[in-house]
Design a binder for this molecule. Structure first.
Ligand code: SF4
Length: 487
């Protein structure tokens, strides 16, 4: 532990089933996180704001359920609340400024509110966050799930409390999933990363790679199904690295106790869940067997998101990625040979130090020639304590922006072309629970976003839809073929 001002109150109380389930154990099932809060909070309100990735959403949702268990009611972040929780991200550009603005807007709604800042950025820069006026507590990687223990509703803290840790102490796994916030649920199966990509701070913010155990993942999938959710997105930092952490002998070789392939094979048997998606998987970990299994599964959707980062081998080496572009194109070809309509998303970074115009064009042309469906384009930005920040030949900001724009235009073209190939087909769509000006949106199995006229009978249930045309905004407009009551 790096500090600090303990404010734990009360004795360890009998844990509810949920708390026991939520506060999972470390790799060897020996270390329980104590849950110390005995304060009743009936009638109090809490609001959450999440920055960043699906993993953060799943963790906010889990923290939210702990608050509900203690009597809090959840309110929208724009409304007055007794407690505001901001779950931060280390990847967010200008995280500091953004955090300041969010704290300010919370205190505008209720100047007396207790404000907690947790998550990746809170782990990396606790002192910086503690200087933001109005923040009562800052919790890092090991402490965020114990937030209730630090809540003080008797008035704002005079000094901001920081409860943080050395990141190598973050060696236990806390399971999480989102329910009730979205039609889809994000189920965390893995955390942390043992890779050392030279631009990335995630290992510093989340620690080493560790995973949930198989039985707990299956149990969580069933709990999610019981809440009515039809689709689960498996999330983690590096989920292809799933494996309980222990190595065992298998056929004379050492391997992790469970592999990601074994995990998805077991999840595929959870009949209550209609659809599983794999959020993102490193190309070097996306083995033939995983692709073949997904191609033959009715529950795992034909949709992959595979980080590329650069299409130039020299840059990939500088980034310390664990593959070359030839492996990447081989993975895409393998997927497309088995699932011609599979949706493939690509992460790419522009403006990495030393990226010349030739390198960038190499990336552009490489992606242009790949049969992929959309890009997530990130503009490189300097991060403290990374190897890349010390590298020479920094790319000017304006040039980074220009390259970003070029790739975003390419992404729009790729998506349009992918969607065009889907027009005229009849697909199963699950529509999301939101009425957007008389329309609803949902996704096909291969992640085509479909728009239809709102009808509450359509929500969160698989329906057959013919994909007819584009609207003026480029959305695919569908005609629902399944008979439903018209309201
Ligand atoms: S694989 Fe690389 S980019 Fe991804 S989390 Fe690990 S270190 Fe970061």
């Amino acid at each position: 532990m790096r500090l600090f001002l303990p404010s734990l109150r009360g004795d360890t109380t009998k844990q509810s089933d949920f708390e026991r389930d939520c506060f999972a154990t470390d790799r060897n099932d020996v270390r329980k996180i104590p849950y110390l809060c005995t304060m009743p909070f009936t009638g109090k309100t809490v609001a959450f704001h999440t920055l960043g990735c699906k993993l953060n959403f799943s963790e906010t949702s889990t923290i939210g359920r702990l608050f509900m268990e203690k009597g809090f009611s959840k309110v929208d972040f724009s409304k007055p609340a007794d407690v505001y929780v901001i779950n931060t991200c280390s990847v967010t550009e200008n995280a500091d400024r953004e955090c300041k603005q969010i704290v300010k807007s919370a205190l505008n709604s209720n100047p007396e509110a207790f404000v907690a800042v947790v998550g990746c950025y809170a782990q990396l820069k606790p002192e910086e966050i503690s200087k933001i006026e109005g923040v009562d507590v800052v919790l890092g990687a090991t402490e965020k799930f114990k937030l209730l223990n630090y809540i003080n509703l008797s008035g704002k803290n005079i000094n901001t409390e920081i409860h943080s840790c050395e990141i190598n102490e973050a060696d236990f796994f806390v399971d999480s999933y989102s329910v009730g916030d979205r039609t889809r649920s994000f189920l965390k199966v893995q955390d942390g990363c043992d890779y050392s990509c030279t631009f990335c701070t995630i290992p510093l913010a989340r620690g080493k790679s560790r995973s949930d155990n198989m039985n707990n993942v299956i149990a969580n999938a069933k709990k999610i199904a019981a809440s009515g959710v039809k689709e689960i997105v498996l999330t983690g930092v590096n989920i292809g690295d799933f494996g309980y952490g222990r190595e065992i002998e298998y056929n004379g070789k050492k391997q992790k106790e469970f592999t990601f392939l074994e995990l998805i094979k077991e999840l595929d048997k959870v009949e209550e869940i209609e659809r599983f998606r794999i959020s993102s998987i490193e190309p070097n970990l996306l083995k033939d067997e995983i692709i073949e299994f997904v191609a033959n599964s009715n529950r795992f959707m034909p949709h992959f998101h595979i980080p590329l980062q650069s299409g130039n081998n020299e840059l990939l080496k500088k980034m310390k990625r664990r593959y070359l572009r030839e492996l990447y194109s081989d993975r895409v070809a393998k997927i497309k040979s088995l699932m011609p309509d599979c949706c493939i998303g690509v992460d790419v970074i522009v403006g990495f130090p030393g990226e010349t115009e030739e390198h960038f064009l190499d990336t552009y042309n490489f992606i242009n020639g790949l049969d992929v469906s959309y890009l997530h384009v990130f503009t490189y930005s300097e991060r403290e304590n990374t190897e890349a920040v010390l590298m020479p030949n920094v790319v000017p900001i304006a040039e980074r922006k220009r390259r970003n724009k070029m790739l975003r235009i390419l992404s729009a073209k790729k998506l349009r072309s992918f969607y065009e190939k889907q027009l005229g087909k009849t697909e199963t769509v699950i529509f999301e629970n939101e009425n957007k000006n008389g329309f609803i949106f949902g996704f096909t199995k291969n992640y085509v976003k479909v728009k239809a006229h709102f009808n509450s009978e359509l929500l969160n249930t698989p329906v057959s839809v013919s994909l007819d045309a584009f609207d003026e905004e480029g959305n695919v407009v569908g005609k629902v073929l399944t008979e439903v009551e018209t309201l």
